[in-house]
Write a protein that binds this ligand. Structure first.
Ligand code: DLL
Length: 435
């Protein structure tokens, strides 16, 4: 199904023109950063780069990177490039060390982010006739407010549910006739399962599409969510440091997420050498914000792994597409020397009949040897079935994990509903090794 395009002037812009626009904006943001952020000025000086050296997008490679640790080290205001009086909002996300990561937005920054989310929801077929139920958390997390602002911008009826209270979410969906859902993919799955449990036929719902993101998911999970909820499940990506949800979004072609390139420039680099890689190659995603005033980010290393593609999409948009995320350079597990990504394991599990897509990976080390246990739920039907069948499932999973991830794992089948469910981002790995 073809849907409308919110801002076709930009979303379908000729790539040469887009590149010129990016160059112009890049020059301005580098100057702003150099003049206002001491940490970045020092870093540019160390590299011997001056703002005047940066003329086109090709010159990005000469600029130093920024990292999450920079946000932590300068917390809370050290990276602000605008006076505090011009900052109208703070958003944040949980840092790994307890201190949150925060970003400051001027009104122009909020407007730009809202525009990105308006494009995202429009690509999902939403408009002023739509009813958008937002079940991302509201608060410092960008999910709730980001989706809320975008839905307001396109004139949809917004239902600001925030996360949690699943039965009430479903009741509202039914009573209001919600057409679009915004939540994490794991929560979408949980909503779908709860519907089944409540014996509500999905034909009673008016759902058309959902924008699901904030955590990794798989094509198989997309299929399952679409089956359970009867909607088009679209991927949406973003991060607090860059804006929030809507940095990139999928269209109905379901063929990767279009990056809002008039606001951010994406690059893929080799995470070990830092060298930029051409489109089509897999590596670490790096973003430069080119319109942000409050806290611009230049060559920010996301640690997310993916590929970029610049072929024109069948939807008409010329914006570069990001493939579904393949994992993170930092949550990659190294087990007995083998690099294992939770997403690889998930793609195996969802392909096995009789198994539900709820799992937990438990990594441990005993006598200097790593072990991986995969706890996975079986479906209700399978749970009631014979022991022999369960053994067979264990064998199948074990073999497939070995061939896909190259590692032997202990498979533990657990009963339906045993693995914890999450309203926000799911936590699927317990690493007991204290590495
Ligand atoms: O998760 C923003 C967001 C909200 C995106 C709602 C989409 C929907 P943070 O909390 O700062 O921001 O986390 C950012 O989450 O670097 C990725 O590792 C991960 N992530 C976000 N979207 C996806 C996705 C929000 N579609 C971090 N697929 C990012 C896989 C995702 N991972």
């Amino acid at each position: 199904m073809r849907t409308k395009i919110w801002n076709s002037d930009v979303e379908c812009m000729d790539r040469e023109r887009l590149r010129a626009l990016q160059g112009e904006r890049l020059r301005a943001v580098v100057k702003r950063e150099y003049e206002n952020v001491p940490l970045y000025r020092e870093r540019m000086d160390e590299k011997g780069v001056k703002p005047a050296d940066i003329r086109t997008v090709d010159d990005l490679q000469y600029l130093p990177f920024m990292e999450k640790t920079d946000l932590r080290d300068t917390f809370p205001y050290g990276l602000f490039a605008a006076p505090k009086k011009d900052i109208v909002r703070i958003q944040g996300s949980s840092g790994t060390t307890g201190k949150p990561i925060v970003s400051g937005y001027t009104q122009n920054d909020i407007d730009a982010w809202t525009e990105m989310m308006a494009r995202t929801l429009t690509a999902a077929g939403a408009d002023e006739n739509s009813i958008v139920q937002v079940c991302y958390g509201y608060g410092l997390f960008t999910g709730g407010l980001g989706a809320h602002q975008g839905a307001g911008r396109i004139g949809a009826m917004t239902v600001p549910m925030s996360s949690g209270n699943t039965q009430r979410q479903i009741m509202m969906m039914l009573e209001l006739g919600t057409t679009h859902l915004c939540c994490t993919p794991s929560y979408a799955l949980y909503l779908g399962e709860t519907l089944e449990k409540m014996r509500i036929d999905r034909s009673q719902l008016k759902l058309k599409a959902g924008c699901f993101g904030a955590e990794p998911w798989t094509e198989e999970m997309r299929g399952e969510i679409e089956r359970l909820l009867g909607l088009d499940a679209l991927d949406i990506y973003g991060l607090t440091e860059i804006a929030g949800p809507g940095v990139s979004f999928e269209c109905m072609e379901k063929h990767g997420m279009h990056v809002n390139e008039d606001h951010v420039i994406p690059e893929i680099i080799n995470p070990l050498t830092g060298k930029a890689l051409p489109y089509g190659e897999k590596g670490e995603l790096v973003f430069t914000t080119i319109t942000k005033e409050g806290m611009p980010m230049i060559r920010y290393r996301t640690h997310d792994i993916c590929r970029l593609h610049d072929e024109k999409c069948a939807c008409g948009r010329t914006l570069v597409r990001m493939e579904r995320l393949m994992g993170r350079t930092d949550d990659m597990l190294v087990i007995r020397g083998v690099n294992v990504f939770p997403s690889q394991i998930e793609s195996v599990l969802v392909g096995v009949q009789g198994v539900a897509p709820h799992y937990l990976l438990v990594v441990d080390r005993q006598n200097a040897t790593d072990s991986l246990e995969i706890q996975v739920e079986v479906t209700d039907d399978m749970f009631a079935d014979s022991l022999g069948k369960l053994e067979e499932i264990k064998r199948i999973i074990g073999e497939r994990i070995k061939s896909v991830a190259g590692i032997k794992a202990l498979i533990t089948l657990v009963g339906p509903g045993t693995i914890p469910r999450f309203e926000g981002k799911a936590k699927r790995v317990i690493d007991k090794r204290n590495l």
